[in-house]
Design a protein around this ligand. Structure first.
Ligand code: GDP
Length: 310
């Protein structure tokens, strides 16, 4: 029997109203809508754009950075970012080239480049309003309600976190402990997702960029010092918290204690804190210097970092 004849037989059999054919037909008719629904609802979370969250203390330059990426360098220097806007969560839709080395200033349409779209979401840096930013980070698959009206409140998948710090302010005063305190909360929230996970599935990895901003100012610390100062301060906070001695100061001898404490950040037992310890919790941290206004390295490296992660 040739293949053609076999096919013909099969076709004829499928048209003969035997109980098997009727059963298969019924199953298809009944389950098709269910299947369609399942496919559709599984695909829905990905129909909105992915997002990148901007966090960091007030005055670090989050709003200025958002404005820079939205409007380009000329707009942001002539119309300085309004600090009051950082009292609320605001976001912009941006497009980054498939080739992450393309600068943010390039007009992608004109260059004919293929682009990936994403949302850059600014959060209020004020201490009292930080809970909102932290709440986004606490789930295993962090999402944020899309602020775009066209998305009808759909969930946007959070791909990365940019923690903006003022590298000039970190050199003196209270800025270092205050900045580190906020960063500690952010990293601890990301770490806790591991303990709160259900089943064996690991939470989505969350890359963190510490953007050492304001490098145009000569008082600003270089990125390497921003990194080591923050690590040292995070280590101090960790030691103090684990002993519950935040106010009374903690000596070197106490550092080894309290490994199982809820608030212990990073790998257990190590004396010094380093960002690398957060890899254990799939939190990869990079510290990169730049500036939004003035002369300096600019924001290209940050843009590239974001482009590689959305
Ligand atoms: P936010 O509270 O983190 O949103 O901070 P803003 O974006 O409101 O910025 C606070 C101040 O820092 C504003 O006056 C900005 O113009 C200024 N600023 C932001 N980025 C830079 C920078 O790279 N260099 C300098 N010199 N000033 C900056």
């Amino acid at each position: 029997m040739s293949a053609l004849e076999k096919l013909k037989d099969l076709f004829e059999a499928s048209l003969t109203p035997t109980p098997t054919v009727i059963a298969i037909g019924l199953a298809v008719v009944l389950f098709f809508p269910v299947l369609l629904h399942l496919l559709y609802s599984a695909a829905t979370p990905y129909t909105t754009l992915p997002s990148v969250l901007l966090v960091g203390p007030s005055g670090a330059g989050k709003t200025a950075l958002l404005t820079l990426f939205e409007r380009g360098p000329s707009a942001s220097s002539s119309t300085p970012a309004k600090t009051h806007t950082s009292q609320v969560t605001s976001s912009v839709e941006l497009a980054v080239s498939e080739d992450p080395s393309t600068p943010y200033t390039t007009d992608l349409d004109a260059a004919g480049a293929t682009a990936k779209k994403f949302l850059l979401v600014d959060t209020p840096g004020h201490a009292k309003l930080r809970a909102e930013a932290l709440s986004y980070l606490s789930s295993a698959e962090p999402t944020i309600k899309s602020p775009l009206a066209s998305d009808h409140g759909a969930k946007s998948k959070l791909k990365a976190l940019v923690f903006v710090v003022d590298a000039a302010a970190l050199a003196d005063g209270d800025a270092l402990p205050q900045t580190a305190e906020y960063l500690y909360e952010v990293l601890l929230t990301l770490q806790k997702r591991f303990h709160g996970r259900k089943g064996s599935r690991a939470p989505a990895s969350m890359p963190v960029l510490v953007a050492a901003n304001k490098l145009d100012l000569f008082t600003a610390l270089p990125a390497s010092l921003v990194k080591s100062n923050l690590e040292a301060e995070l280590g101090r906070i960790r030691a103090a918290r684990s002993k519950g001695l935040l106010d009374s100061g903690v000596g070197q001898d106490d550092l080894n204690a309290g490994d199982d404490t809820e608030g212990w950040l990073g790998g257990d037992g190590s004396e010094k804190f380093s960002f690398a310890q957060m890899m254990e919790f799939d939190v990869e941290i990079d510290v990169i210097g730049g500036n939004v206004v003035g002369d300096g390295p600019g924001a290209d490296k940050w843009w590239r970092w974001i482009g590689e992660r959305v």
